[in-house]
Write a new protein. Sequence first.
Length: 241
Amino acid sequence: MPQDQRLNPKPPDARIDEVRRFAHEALRASCSIFYWIDNRQEMQDVEHYGYTGANFPQYQGGMKAFDPLNIARLVNSGKRVATLRQDHVLASPAEFAHYRTYLEASRISDVLDFMFWNGDRPFAGLGVLKSPEDPPFCADSLGFAEAMQPYIEFNLAAHPRLRSQRLTAHLSGSFKFTRREIEVTGLLRAGCTNHDVSDELGISLGTVKTHVMRIFDKLGVENRASLVARVIQMEGEIVFS
C-alpha cells in the first residue's frame, strides 16, 4: 500500500499529522484513519492515510453498524483503546461475521482504535489499521498504545478546533452570545475590520456595528484591543481549567 496517500485535498493539519505518524511508527502499521466526533457521535472531517480508502463510503453507508469498534460501542464500553482481535465481542457473532467480509475486501487484518475525550464527551478518534503484510499487534504494542492514549489526548486538547468549540460554548452559556455574535467575535479576534466582517457575513455595516456594541457590552470591554485580550484570556482559562 502506498504510504501517506491522502484522500483529503485540504492542506495537512500539522498536529494531526504528528499524531498519526507517531502511531504509525510506534505500532508498525501501514494505514490509519483520523476523525473528529460531533455531538451525535458521528465521524466528521475524516482523514485517511496510507491507502485509498475506496471502501470507506461503504462503511459510512451501513457497515459501521456492524463494526464492533464503532463510536457508539466504544463509548458505551468505556474503552479508550480497543482492537478488533480482542474486542470483537462488542458486536454479536453474526454482526462481526458480516463485518469481516468488509475487512477482507478492504485488506484490513486488524484495527486498533483510540478514543479521545474532552470531559464527558468523545471528541476524536484514531484507527490504526493493519494490512495482511504488517506485523500483528502484540501484547507490548497494546501496552504501549494504552500509554500513548492520554499523551495524544492531552496534545489534541489544545487543537484550535477544540479551543474554538470550548470558547463558543463558554460565550454562549456564560455570556448569552448569539450565533451571529460568536461569528463576529471570531472575525474580530482574527483582526477583521467592520467592513471585513460585513463582507464575510453578508450583512450591512450598520448591523455589524450593532453586533460589535452588544459584544462589548456583554464582555464589559470598551474597544477591540480589550475584546481581543479578553477572548485570549478566556481561551487560556478554558484550556487549562
